[in-house]
Design a protein around this ligand. Structure first.
Ligand SMILES: [Zn+2]
Length: 74
């Protein structure tokens, strides 16, 4: 398989507008928003290099949709 991964960002950072690709260690906010690594870290997120995963989530309350935070409200 041949894919041009370098120019294939998955999301756009909700803070700074940078492209966030799968290899950028970005933070996904729900299905339609994301933060780049720098912005996620600035918002309090903590990345574990050994686990290759976020161990503390950044503050994204202003990005996430409220209907996702309260799914039972209908
Ligand atoms: Zn950013």
């Amino acid at each position: 398989m041949e894919r041009d991964d370098e120019s294939d960002p998955l999301e756009t950072c909700a803070d700074c507008g940078a492209g966030v690709s799968d290899t950028d260690r970005g933070y996904s906010v729900g299905a339609d928003a994301a933060l780049c690594h720098g912005c996620a870290t600035r918002r309090g997120g903590r990345w574990d290099e050994t686990r290759d995963a976020w161990v503390d989530a950044p503050a994204v309350h202003d990005l996430a949709h409220e209907d996702r935070a309260f799914p039972s409200e209908a």
